[in-house]
Design a protein around this ligand. Structure first.
Ligand SMILES: Nc1ncnc2c1ncn2[C@@H]1O[C@H](COP(=O)(O)OP(=O)(O)OP(=O)(O)O)[C@@H](O)[C@H]1O
Length: 259
C-alpha cells in the first residue's frame, strides 16, 4: 500500500528552484531512504511533506488523503511525525519527563474539565506513564530514564528524539539524518532500533541519510535526489549497482535558476 505519495512537488526560494517536480512513493511498513548530494533538496522535501514549508506546486498524500496545505500539528495528528535532525529536548528535565511532555494533550490539562473528570485523567496519566516506560524499554534507555536530557551524548539524544515522536503513536516517521555526527557503532545501534520499530511495531520509516554503509544494510528501498528531483530509485543493491550512482552522489547539486 502507498502510505505517502509525493506528486510533482515544486519549491522555489527566490530565483532558485530547490524542488523541481519531485515525486516519490513510500510503501507502508518499509524503511525507505532518501539520499543525494548536499543541496539536492532532501531536507526541503521533508519540510514540505511535514507542512513546515509550503509547496509552490504539486501535492502530498498520506493514506490517500491530500495533506499538502495542512499545518504540521494536523499532519502529526494524521499519524505522520518528524524526528528533527537536531533533537529539541528540554535539557533540564529527565528523559522520562521529555517523553511525557511529548504525548498528545489529555483531559487533565484543562483545569475545569480536570475537576469534573478526575478519575479519567488520572487513568490517562497512568496509561501515558506506562507508554513512556514501554518506549524507554524499546529504545533501551530505561537505565537513563531519570537523567536530565542535557547530560546525554549526541546519539542518546537522537534516540530520545525518536522516543518523543513515538509517544504520539505515529504510523510513519520522517527521520532527518539519524546518524549524523555520531560514531559508527552508535549509528548502527540507531539503525538497528529503527529496524526494530519497523519489524515489531509495523512502523513505516522514511530516512534521509549520508552514510551509505549503514543505510544500505537497513533500507528496503532507496531514492536518489539530484537538483530537486528523484533521479534514481530501487532496492539498495539496484541503486548501488547503477553506473551513474556514485557520479551523482559524489557531485555537487545545484538548484535550478528560474528567474
Ligand atoms: N529557506 C531557504 N531559503 C533559501 N534557500 C534555501 C532555503 N532552504 C534551503 N535552501 C537552499 O535549497 C537547496 C537545497 O537545500 P536542502 O537543505 O533541502 O538540501 P539537502 O539535500 O537537504 O542538503 P544537505 O544534504 O546538505 O542537508 C540548497 O541550495 C539550500 O541553500
Amino acid at each position: 500500500m502507498d502510505l505517502l505519495v509525493v506528486d510533482r512537488v515544486v519549491k522555489n526560494f527566490g530565483g532558485l528552484r530547490v524542488l523541481n517536480q519531485a515525486s516519490l512513493v513510500v510503501k507502508k511498513g518499509t524503511v525507505t531512504a532518501l539520499v543525494g548530494p548536499n543541496g539536492s533538496g532532501k531536507t526541503t522535501l521533508f519540510n514540505v511533506i511535514y507542512g513546515l514549508t509550503p509547496a509552490d506546486e504539486g501535492e502530498v498524500y498520506f493514506r490517500g488523503k491530500k495533506i499538502t496545505r495542512y499545518p504540521p500539528y494536523q499532519i502529526y495528528r494524521e499519524g505522520l511525525a518528524l524526528a528533527f535532525q537536531l533533537p529539541r529536548l528540554f535539557n533540564q528535565l529527565p528523559i522520562m519527563d521529555n517523553l511525557l511532555l511529548a504525548a498528545p494533550v489529555n483531559s487533565g490539562e484543562n483545569p475545569l474539565r480536570a475537576l469534573f473528570t478526575r478519575p479519567r485523567w488520572q487513568e490517562e496519566e497512568r496509561a501515558l506513564a506506562r507508554q513512556a516506560r514501554e518506549v524507554l524499554e524499546l529504545l533501551e534507555l530505561t537505565p537513563l530514564a531519570l537523567r536530565p536530557a542535557g547530560q546525554l551524548s549526541g546519539g542518546q539524544r537522537k534516540l530520545v528524539e525518536i522516543g518523543r515522536v513515538l509517544m504520539a503513536k505515529p504510523e510513519m516517521i520522517l527521520v532527518d539524518e539519524p546518524a549524523a555526527g555520531i560514531n559508527p557503532v552508535l549509528a548502527r545501534k540507531i539503525y538497528a532500533t529503527l529496524k526494530k520499530l519497523q519489524q515489531e511495531k509495523g512502523l513505516t520509516l522514511f530516512v534521509i541519510e549520508h552514510r551509505l554503509e549503514v543505510l544500505f544494510d537497513f533500507a528496503d528501498y532507496v531514492y536518489l535526489m539530484d537538483a530537486g528531483r528523484v533521479v534514481l530509485e530501487g532496492t539498495p543493491e539496484e541503486v548501488l549497482a547503477h553506473p551513474d550512482f556514485y557520479t551523482i552522489y559524489a557531485g555537487e547539486s545545484r538548484p535550478w535558476r528560474v528567474l
